[in-house]
Design a protein around this ligand. Structure first.
Ligand code: ATP
Ligand code: MG
Length: 332
């Protein structure tokens, strides 16, 4: 991980060599499935980092490991210099208020028997028990207003809301205890197209206003381009490329990043016409049978014999960090 070795001193979160393995049952026995393999990245205060990659690339597993919902096999995740992965008991509980999650399916994550006011007040009861009832009420009102909910909404139950409004509630619940880092796992994908841009605008406004750091997981490259400062491209649990959003969308260096972009729907018909043939052929192999060397090589149009032998390290090429032996030959 040479090129990524020196952590930026302004980073809020520094993840180094994170590896997460699940134990899975196969053929009556067990196997170890490496869902995240040696992943390193940093997140600065006020920055939005996109995690992209096809299904199964390990995006949600990274989020779950950071939030301590699944155990990491190895690695560190320094948050303000404290390793999240090593916390336990009271210190883990205390840390939880700084790290919140916004879910893909907002309705499923809201307790159907609770009124919105109580759903929003609950995190305050847990993390700020010293507040009086009146102070809690004020905080609930303020956060509701900030996400565009009316005071009248607070007396209703989750099923009375549309998907977009439910996601506003999910965002309010995550923000009410003023966390520093929010993990959004596909926050838009359950929403109607017309609602998507409203919610992504809301997230972006709140992120700027509150100087939040966001880990933004999404399949939707257009949403990533709109929301993110930097992007981490994952494939089979490994980082393929990482770069600033502008660099990535204008001059991606990894054949996988290129293929992902070509596979994405392009709204502009002229650009779509120019698009080259079949973008991403074949299927993602199971992590149980990950290819040797570069994990992407079995689907890579540029793969050569070296790619089967040698795992490419992340290294600086142009303005990107790229894990590809042939990154210099990927032309514009
Ligand atoms: P998606 O885009 O579909 O949400 P993802 O990038 O979030 O995919 P993960 O859900 O992190 O991917 O999964 C990474 C790998 O780990 C996959 O091969 C998946 O099958 C496996 N996996 C995920 N959760 C578990 C689990 N609880 N037990 C066993 N294997 C799991
Ligand atoms: Mg996922």
């Amino acid at each position: 991980m040479n090129a990524a070795a020196a952590p930026d001193p302004s980073a809020l979160l520094v993840v180094r060599e994170l590896t997460v393995t699940y134990r899975v049952s196969i053929r009556g026995g067990h196997a170890l499935l490496r869902a995240v393999n040696d992943v390193s990245f940093e997140l600065a205060r006020g920055e939005t980092l996109g995690l992209v990659g096809e299904s199964g690339s390990g995006k949600s597993t990274i989020a779950r490991a950071l939030l301590r919902l699944v155990p990491a096999e190895s690695g560190v995740a320094l948050f303000h210099g404290t390793d999240l992965l090593a916390l336990s008991g009271a210190s883990l509980q205390a840390m939880r208020r700084h790290l919140q999650l916004i879910f893909q399916d907002p309705l499923a994550s809201l307790d159907p028997r609770m009124r919105i006011a109580d759903i929003l007040a609950e995190p305050l009861r847990v993390f700020e028990p010293q507040l009086t009832g009146r102070q809690r009420q004020q905080r609930v009102l303020a956060i509701a207003r900030a996400v565009g909910l009316a005071a009248a909404h607070l007396h209703r139950y989750p099923h009375e809301f549309s998907g977009g409004q439910a996601q506003r509630i999910g965002i309010a619940r995550a923000l009410i205890i003023e966390p520093e880092l929010i993990v959004c796992d596909e926050p838009l994908s359950a929403l109607d197209v017309s609602i998507k841009s409203q919610i992504s605008n809301l997230l972006k406004d709140l992120q700027r206003e509150l100087q939040l750091s966001l880990l933004f997981i999404s399949h939707d490259l257009a949403a990533v381009r709109f929301s993110c400062d930097r992007v981490l491209v994952l494939y089979l649990g490994r980082v393929m490329e990482t770069a600033g959003c502008d660099t990535l969308f204008s001059a991606a260096r990894h054949p996988y990043t290129r293929a992902l972009m070509r596979a994405a729907p392009i709204p502009d018909p002229i650009a779509a016409r120019k698009r080259r043939s079949a973008p991403l052929e074949g299927e993602v192999p199971s992590p149980l049978f990950a290819p040797s060397g570069c994990v992407f090589r079995t689907r890579c149009p540029m793969a050569v014999e070296r790619c089967a032998r040698e795992i490419p390290l992340l290294r600086q090429v142009g303005a990107s960090l790229v894990a590809c032996h042939r990154a210099e030959e990927v032309d514009d």
